[in-house]
Write a protein that binds this ligand. Structure first.
Ligand SMILES: Cc1cc2nc3c(=O)[nH]c(=O)nc-3n(C[C@H](O)[C@H](O)[C@H](O)COP(=O)(O)OP(=O)(O)OC[C@H]3O[C@@H](n4cnc5c(N)ncnc54)[C@H](O)[C@@H]3O)c2cc1C
Length: 469
């Protein structure tokens, strides 16, 4: 029987994989193919930490396939050339893949599907990256509507994990290009920020379910507690299936009712992935411009010097600086801190949110077009169902609420370690200014008013209420 190809992209696992199961249905042997696409790998948004994760996840996938007598076939080039070519070489009439929702992926897949079909072959896409398949649903305009659909889908029951597939054995595989090495991307041989791959993702899930879910509802907003799952890079690269993660959480809730509040809060967070991916699918223009047309002419008078100061974590606002330094060191940032740091760039430094979006994309190990763009547009007030622009996060009040004893700030800003708690988020009020820590780059109280003016100049004058949190 002819083989089938499964084209791996952001689904770098073997477990709980419906598209691989489809490829293998009816006894077909599966060829696992990964295409090193220069348009993505050398694109402006790719950063070292995400590349490193990708390379390790590919190595782990190859190891998993070798454990089954097969191996990952790697080819370099444009998918529109490579995929039809490998299909022709192997005689595979079916190519399966997991659908991705960004504009580039969409055009790429349409082109590959067309070229395969011309040769009498087909591309079959599963929507298993998410719980809800946005391609089959009308767009939702609010997160709460998406969340409702998401929970209804869970109540109806998730498709069970398919049984494992059969892969083509090594001698019968088509030629593979050499595996990519860190050196060819200019990455140092050892620098590793997070362990990547299917096994590491499964361990992270297990640890979170055993130790984190119970306290998630209470502690998730406390960056010092570090109480979230840290599964975002795994979910981005699909080294774990979102269904596996959800099943594990639901099982924990059934077995220990005291974790059920944590589970439902965590599922709500996962619903944001579906919301932002659906937004990108239905409104692909958000990748480059504001969802709200009335905010497309905002003025951004901020300076490039201020952008550098923000990137370096030297703004003089402790929580913003701690967040930016966590990003530099771990290539990860706590969600509450992403909101505060992003708000500061847009509303206090008056810089275009796209500068921040690009920087996060390059730095974050979990950098994800839909979630990152969605997060930035939410903070900037420009997105679908975004925070209203007049809600401006106060970095001092946010710090005092979410990091009251300064645990997070002290972890990342050593210059402030000795400061008493009452000054930790407002060091400029301390009787002795901490040496080596910068003065405030701006005065938040003043810049908040400037931001309101800039936004009001773009919108209807009737919206004039300002809320300080
Ligand atoms: C400005 C900004 C930029 C962001 N950029 C990204 C990004 O590039 N990639 C990314 O995955 N997330 C992004 N987020 C969302 C969120 O901050 C991270 O998903 C979360 O901090 C990851 O940590 P965790 O895995 O421990 O999350 P948990 O709290 O354990 O949540 C579980 C999972 O739910 C998803 N999730 C949680 N919160 C959100 C959210 N607000 N939006 C979308 N999905 C969410 C993630 O997949 C996460 O792994 C961004 C948020 C903001 C405000």
């Amino acid at each position: 029987m002819e083989p089938a190809i499964h084209w791996f992209r952001r689904d770098l696992r073997l477990a709980d994989h419906h598209a691989v199961a489809k490829a293998s249905a009816g006894g077909r042997a599966v060829i696992g193919l990964f295409v090193l696409d220069p348009t993505i790998l050398h694109g402006p948004d790719v950063g070292a930490s995400r590349l490193r994760y990708l390379l390790e996840a590919l190595a782990s996938l190859d190891e998993g396939l070798r454990g089954r007598g097969s191996a990952l076939v790697i080819r370099r080039g444009a998918p529109r050339e490579v995929v039809p070519k490998v299909a022709a070489e192997t005689g595979a009439r079916l190519v399966t893949a997991v659908r991705d929702f960004g504009p580039y992926a969409r055009t790429r897949d349409e082109t590959v599907a067309r070229l395969l079909s011309r040769a009498g072959r087909s591309l079959w896409l599963s929507a298993e990256q998410l719980v809800l398949d946005p391609t089959g649903l009308p767009p939702v305009r609010t997160f709460s509507a998406c969340r409702k659909r998401f929970h209804s889908a869970l109540a109806e029951g998730l498709a069970p994990a398919p049984t494992s597939a059969h892969f083509l054995s090594v001698p019968a595989l088509p030629r593979s290009d050499p595996s990519p090495s860190p050196a060819e991307f200019g990455l140092p041989p050892t620098h590793q920020v997070v362990e990547a791959g299917e096994g590491a993702a499964a361990n992270r899930l297990r640890t979170f379910v055993d130790r984190g879910l119970g306290g998630y509802a209470a502690d998730r907003e406390d960056p010092g507690a570090d109480a979230t799952s840290r599964l975002s890079a795994d979910l981005h690269f699909g080294t774990i299936s979102v269904r596996t993660a959800i099943r594990a959480a639901l099982k924990a809730a059934r077995e220990s009712p005291h974790v059920s509040t944590g589970v439902s809060r965590w599922l709500d967070q996962l619903a944001w992935r579906d919301f932002f991916a659906a937004t990108l699918w239905h409104f692909p223009e958000v990748a480059t411009q504001e969802y709200k047309p009335e905010l497309r002419n905002l003025r951004w008078p901020g300076t490039m010097e201020a952008l550098q100061v923000w990137k370096q974590g030297m703004t003089g606002y402790p929580l913003v600086d701690a967040a930016m330094r966590q990003l530099q060191a771990e290539h990860f940032m706590h969600n509450r801190c992403r909101m505060i740091a992003a708000s500061f760039l847009v509303k206090d430094l008056h810089l275009d949110w796209r500068h921040g979006e690009r920087h996060f994309m390059r730095e974050l190990v979990d950098g994800d077009l839909a979630n990152n763009n969605g997060g930035w547009q939410w903070v900037a007030g420009t997105g679908l169902d975004a925070q209203p622009y007049f809600r401006i996060l106060n970095p001092v009040l946010q710090g005092e609420t979410h990091d009251p004893s300064g645990t997070y700030v002290r972890r990342w800003v050593p210059e402030l370690r000795q400061l008493p708690d009452r000054y930790i988020h407002r060091p400029w009020e301390a009787p002795t200014a901490p040496a080596a820590y910068p003065r405030r780059i701006v005065d938040h109280v003043r810049e908040r008013l400037v931001a309101l003016e800039l936004y009001r100049a773009c919108t209807r004058p009737s919206i004039s209420k300002s809320i300080e949190r």
